[in-house]
Design a binder for this molecule. Structure first.
Ligand SMILES: [Zn+2]
Length: 508
């Protein structure tokens, strides 16, 4: 890490403040961190003394770090600025378990009359998420939720040592020592640097993304039509789980965005000039998150279990781990409860697309027997067939008491991400030869032995047309045992296989 240019901002009438303003409007990535005086037995949140903001300037690539001295600066002059940056769709906010910092920061401003403080940061990317992306993944293996310290991540990713002994120093004393300033700046700057490593990896792996785009826009051959029904639009939807469509459009069309902001709110001084490239757009869609503070986050919890556990030792930054899995299992197919080890799902109508995706990677995914099933029918079917019911319907969870380990509420909205969520949650092992091994239309298995063209033509009589262009190609055909649908290898087949290799990250 290069020696950062550090700017201590103590007043809004200073060149440093002007510099900060400029940097915030010319960065698409910022790293955020905060320091406060540790207080162990407080009934209120600690007051944040210092907010560090590392900016990655779009034009020059420089990374100035600003140390916002919240004890000195006139808070009203930074409140609106921060509030706006925190939710600006054009600025990716990086942090390391930033929620805690945001809770304290929000409380610090609230104490000064800025109600309700800060309640949201988006798009946000946690360094933990980046770190787990950077990990080499094994085939189908579940990526365990990492719980490493920022210092460890820094050492692994950047090969640098963050000195941590100042973390518990008195951040409310003034003036800050040079060591404190360097330490504080490094904590924010390393976030931006870790992001760089991640960004480079994403760019390097951009090929498969390009292929996917090309594949989606190409015209479809006949045959394997079902496979494509499920894949159209996956990557085309201008929607993400984190940002509203309008905001995403603003990201892709900065000039439009500027005209929108000017039109809607001419008073606002904050103008977005940063150009967010395609890769950043993709990163936000894929990895972007949002931090939302709820009312319950605004009150210190005096009887927090964590506080009890960590008696003894000065606790600075007791950053909580909020990666609790809500799937407790075991699933009904688990050998520990007498199952055969083969995962089986029932996808309710809200996640029908997911059913087809699961079938494409060879997983048994049934759909309800009727088009508009009663809740009772879904539960019965799941129980009878020993399946886990996948749903996005929160209402169904009310019946959790009936099928405790057989219902799972999907968090992801897009099918590709849903597929990955299922694979990771249920720790499924997907191998390449499982791809396209199941009828996407009905979830049936294929007849073991492939058919020749002649046999296929015979078998298809009356319900499916085999295009003439497939003759004399010596192709193998597979027939579904249940619905008789025929499938064959072709360009689209190979594209589909490639797509699922990418989606399931089988090549990582
Ligand atoms: Zn079938």
């Amino acid at each position: 890490m290069e020696a950062p240019s550090i700017h201590l901002v103590t007043s809004n009438n200073s060149p440093e403040f002007t510099h900060l303003n400029h940097a915030l409007t010319h960065s698409s990535i910022i790293g955020l961190d905060a320091e406060w005086k540790p207080n162990r037995h407080a009934s209120t949140f600690p007051t944040v003394s210092l907010l560090q903001i590392a900016c990655r300037l779009v034009d020059s690539g420089d990374s100035p770090v600003f140390l916002l001295d919240l004890q000195a600066i006139h808070l009203p002059s930074v409140y609106e600025l921060l509030k706006e940056v925190f939710v600006s769709p054009d600025v990716i906010k990086l942090g390391f378990r930033l929620k805690q910092d945001l809770v304290y920061l929000s409380s610090t401003f609230r104490e000064q009359g800025f109600d309700p403080g800060f309640d949201r940061v988006e798009p946000y990317i946690d360094i933990n998420a980046i770190y787990s992306y950077l990990q080499p993944k094994q085939l189908g293996q579940r990526v365990s939720k990492q719980n490493k310290s920022l210092a460890t991540i820094c050492k692994e990713v950047l090969g640098i040592l963050l000195l941590k002994e100042l973390q518990c120093s008195d951040w409310s004393q003034r003036p800050l020592t040079e060591e404190q300033k360097t330490y504080a700046a490094a904590d924010a700057l390393c976030l931006v640097e870790i992001f760089d490593v991640f960004h480079k990896k994403v760019v390097k792996e951009g090929n498969s993304l390009q292929n996917r785009k090309k594949y989606l826009s190409s015209s479809l051959d006949p045959g394997l039509k079902q496979v494509f029904e499920i894949s159209n639009g996956c990557n085309m939807i201008t929607r993400t789980k984190f940002c509203e469509a309008a905001r995403m459009i603003r990201i892709t069309m900065p000039e439009l965005h500027n005209s929108i902001t000017e039109e809607v709110d001419p008073v606002k001084s904050y103008k977005i000039t940063s150009q967010v490239d395609d890769t950043l757009f993709w990163i936000v869609r894929k990895h972007g998150d949002i931090i939302l503070l709820k009312d319950s986050d605004r009150k210190p919890k005096t009887s927090r279990k964590k506080a009890k556990k960590s008696s003894g030792g000065l606790q600075c930054k007791p950053k909580s781990t909020e990666t609790v899995e809500d799937w407790l299992g075991p699933p009904p197919w688990d050998p520990s409860v007498g199952g055969d080890g083969c995962a089986k799902f029932l996808c309710d109508v809200m996640v029908e697309g997911l059913a087809k995706h699961l079938r494409c990677v060879g997983i048994d995914a049934a759909t309800p027997h009727s088009r508009k099933p009663e809740t009772r029918d879904l539960i019965d079917q799941a129980q009878k067939e020993k399946r886990v019911l996948l749903t996005r319907d929160a209402k169904l969870l009310r019946h959790e008491y009936l099928i405790s380990n057989q219902i799972y509420r999907m968090k992801s909205l897009l099918k590709n991400e849903q597929l990955l969520e299922v694979i990771e949650t249920f720790q499924l092992k997907i191998s390449e030869d499982q791809l396209m091994s199941r009828c996407t239309k009905c979830n049936g298995r294929f007849i073991q032995k492939p058919l020749s063209t002649e046999e296929a033509v015979e078998a298809a009589k009356g319900f499916q047309v085999i295009p003439n262009c497939l003759f004399n190609k010596n192709l193998e055909f597979w027939q579904c045992m249940d619905c008789n649908q025929l499938y064959w290898e072709g360009t689209q087949y190979h594209n589909a296989v490639q797509k699922f290799i990418d989606v399931c990250k089988l090549n990582e």
